[in-house]
Design a protein around this ligand. Structure first.
Ligand code: BG6
Length: 503
């Protein structure tokens, strides 16, 4: 197993939630699984005054509980802390000195990864400050920059941020994170599509009737009301995570499995998204907001009653939309996206609906019997793949019965799925940008969603529908789907999608 070169990982925003809940546990897992180099250190940096020891204590409770305690203790020794006014260029001399000292003491070459896990307003400032003391230079090793989401708040700010970063770092040093790409099941879409001969010949407009991507969450805004109210489902989920899924489903086969070859193909998908005209937005993009309701006998707050949310907020907590990819493969195939907070369950999946047979041979009581073939790629939970097709019901006549063929990752009992952050951090340490976003792709995704955001802002008559917390969103989202059909209403378990589900 290859391990990365020795390096120091500097986490800006080290006293924040993301560091404790996601980054430190992921790096500890990598350490315990012997994926890190022997000579390695984490230097936390943020405004809070803390010693190395206090920093170690502040993260102890978040280390993986089921892992070997000794290994976790060994990991903690690799943690250091530097109080730093991150916004203040004058403070960066201090950071540089501390890095020099650690480098000497631990015998680590000048390889640095800088992780920006701070409020987004600092994403442009920290790189400039690093550059002011030469910490963007790669003379004595490499320097890489990981930038958390959100990457901009609209097209203009994303373009501005790209420019600011590129002033001091080049594209090969910049790792823009979208944790969806770190999910094992998202990467599996590439492998399922391009390592099998059976899917690709039918993966196009001739055989696929429509594509549906749903990402439902049962949680609400959970104390993040202040952030979410400025963001909404379009910025929080669609512009990044869900469009990345569209990229994976829609892309052409890359020539080689390398970062730029793969990222060129996803970029082409984003460039082919047909922009929605202002008059189409009302009917093709449905937004909703959850309202007070009773779930399992408990009274649940509406979105406007959440802490940090404007009591008259018009921020969408639900969004469903229909759009097209204008290219040879996908011409005329509708893509549907749906995401929301306070829906009945937590599930993310891609549903590929195939066209029916051209002629329906079998009848049941005088009615044509046919089954819609569907391939369901479950991103989470109960990660796996399900194929739905029709078979003969045993007995007289030719009754067609829908059946399932399913694969669940949990059946590979000896395989523990790594978390998205484990995968992504390790990739950055190895210098692999495949699962990180390139600047042009981020801008292309913003270019598609920006006219919709503009229309909502400029035209207050565009409706935002209320939906009871715990429901599947407003009825209008169902009306989006062409014909008699509806969305697939998934359950926790991949194969159950009957009318009754245990949620
Ligand atoms: C984050 C959003 O990027 O993704 C959250 O800010 C959302 O609002 C989360 O809940 C969803 O991620 P996951 O991995 O739980 O599907």
């Amino acid at each position: 197993m290859n391990t990365p070169e020795s390096h120091i990982l500097v986490i800006f925003g080290a006293s924040g939630d993301l560091t404790k809940r996601k980054l430190i546990p992921a790096i500890c897992k990598l350490h315990n699984g012997k994926r890190l180099p022997e000579k390695f250190a984490i230097l936390g940096a943020s405004r809070t005054e803390m010693t190395d020891e206090e920093f170690r204590e502040s993260v102890t409770d978040f280390l993986p509980k089921d892992d070997d305690q000794c290994k976790c203790d060994e990991f903690l020794e690799k943690l250091y802390y530097q109080p730093l006014g991150t916004a203040d260029a004058d403070e960066y001399g201090k950071l540089k000195d501390r890095l020099e000292e650690l480098k000497e003491k631990l015998d680590i070459p000048g390889n640095y990864i800088f992780y920006l896990s701070t409020p987004p307003k600092l994403y442009g400032v920290i790189p400039a400050n690093l550059a002011s003391v030469g910490l963007n230079q790669q003379e004595d090793g490499y320097t890489r920059l990981i930038v958390e989401k959100p990457f901009g708040n609209n097209l203009e700010t994303a373009q501005k941020l790209n420019k600011e970063l590129l002033n001091y770092f080049d594209e090969k040093q910049i790792y823009r994170i979208d944790h969806y790409l770190g999910k094992e099941t998202v990467q599996n879409m590439l492998v399922a599509r391009f390592s099998n001969g059976i899917f690709e010949p039918i993966w196009n407009r001739n055989f696929i009737e429509r594509v549906e991507i749903s990402s439902a969450e049962s949680l609400g805004v959970e104390g993040r009301g202040g952030y979410y109210d400025q963001s909404g489902a379009m910025r929080d989920m669609v512009q990044n995570h869900l469009l990345q899924l569209v990229g994976m489903v829609g892309m052409e086969p890359p020539v080689v499995a390398e970062a730029d070859a793969i990222r060129n193909e996803t970029l082409k998908v984003f460039q082919s998204l047909r922009p929605l005209e202002p008059e189409e937005i009302r009917s093709n993009v449905i937004r909703g907001q959850y309202m007070e309701s009773r779930i399992k006998n408990e009274q649940v707050k509406g979105y406007r009653g959440e802490k940090g949310v404007d009591p008259e907020s018009r921020t969408e907590t639900f969004l469903a939309m229909k759009f097209y990819i204008d290219n040879w493969r996908w011409a005329g195939v509708p893509f549907y996206l749906r995401t929301g907070k306070k829906l009945p369950t937590r599930v993310t999946e891609v549903v590929i609906k195939f066209r029916p047979t051209p002629h329906h041979l079998f009848q049941e009581d005088g009615v044509t019997a046919h089954v819609t073939n569907q391939l369901i790629i479950r991103i989470q939970p109960d990660e796996g793949i399900l194929l739905k097709f029709g078979l003969k019901e045993p007995g007289a006549g030719f009754r067609v019965q829908p059946v399932n063929m399913d694969f669940h990752y949990s059946d590979l009992s000896d395989v523990e799925l790594p978390t998205a952050y484990e995968r992504l951090l390790l990739d950055c340490m190895m210098g692999d940008q495949t699962l990180y976003l390139r600047g042009d792709a981020v801008e292309a995704a913003w270019r598609f969603v920006q006219p919709i955001l503009n229309a909502w802002e400029e035209n207050p008559s565009l409706p935002i529908y209320g939906y009871p917390a715990g429901s599947w969103g407003p009825q209008e989202a169902d009306d989006l789907i062409e014909g008699e059909d509806t969305w697939r209403y998934p359950c926790k378990n991949l194969s159950d999608d009957g009318t009754y589900c245990e949620l």
